[in-house]
Ligand binder design. Structure first.
Ligand code: SF4
Length: 218
């Protein structure tokens, strides 16, 4: 098993068993691929950053394999390239956890930390994992912006913040002031499906980071 070096206090125990279906799937993956990470994927980045990025859940051959969010996932190619371009990261992204890439001005986490079958967590799993998302948010003292990648991340973030969902509809590049000093910004998920269908283009994703820069500096 790959051992994560993340020591962020809001991370889950590697044997978390709050979600029986995901625990079973994890054990199947451990049996089939004992050299993969196969555990709840810890948050990655700088807890003192102003930006938190919330994804959906680890991909089975991406973060579940490598142990670092979005690393090895197709979605990570666009996400890390954009973070590097906009100065939130340093180094080079090589799709492996020992590539030396550092998230200097951002943190990445997932609404659900264990890989779900078919990439689809169920409601009970989102609810079970939400305290870890809440704790992540609470343990970032300088947090100003949360970027939600996709509708599920958007909804889970609002619930973690105890903010009514009805007052904040998901919209690509929409900004939601959820408190005096915290803004939630949405983006379509940077998944292979969304980029292949051009629901999300590189320009659209970079426009979201222009908005982030605006709110961070504003
Ligand atoms: S998804 Fe979250 S709550 Fe569920 S088993 Fe994994 S770490 Fe625990």
């Amino acid at each position: 098993m790959i051992v994560s070096s993340c020591k962020f206090p809001a991370d889950t125990p590697p044997d978390c068993s709050l979600c029986p279906r995901l625990k079973t799937y994890r054990q199947e993956n451990i049996q089939a691929h004992p050299d993969w990470f196969n555990a709840p994927v810890p948050s990655f980045g700088n807890p003192d950053a102003e930006l938190l990025i919330v994804g959906l859940a680890p991909g089975v051959t991406g973060a579940n394999k490598t142990g670092r969010p979005f690393t090895g996932d197709y979605a990570g190619d666009l996400l890390y390239a954009t973070l590097l371009k906009f100065g939130f990261a340093t180094g080079t992204y090589l799709a492996k956890p020992d590539d030396g890439l550092e998230l200097t001005r951002a943190m990445i986490t997932n609404a659900v930390r264990c890989v779900p079958p078919q990439n689809k967590p169920i409601g009970a799993e989102m609810t079970a994992c939400r305290p870890f998302l809440k704790a992540t948010i609470a343990q970032m003292p300088n947090l100003r912006i949360i970027l939600a990648l996709g509708l599920i991340a958007h909804n889970n973030t609002l619930s973690a913040l105890d903010v009514r969902r009805a007052a904040h509809k998901f919209g690509h590049n929409a900004a939601h002031p959820v408190s005096n000093d915290l803004t939630l910004i949405d983006s379509y998920h940077c998944s292979r499906y969304n980029t292949n269908t051009r629901r999300l283009t590189t320009q659209m994703f970079e426009d979201v980071f222009v908005s982030i820069r605006h709110y961070r500096e504003g």
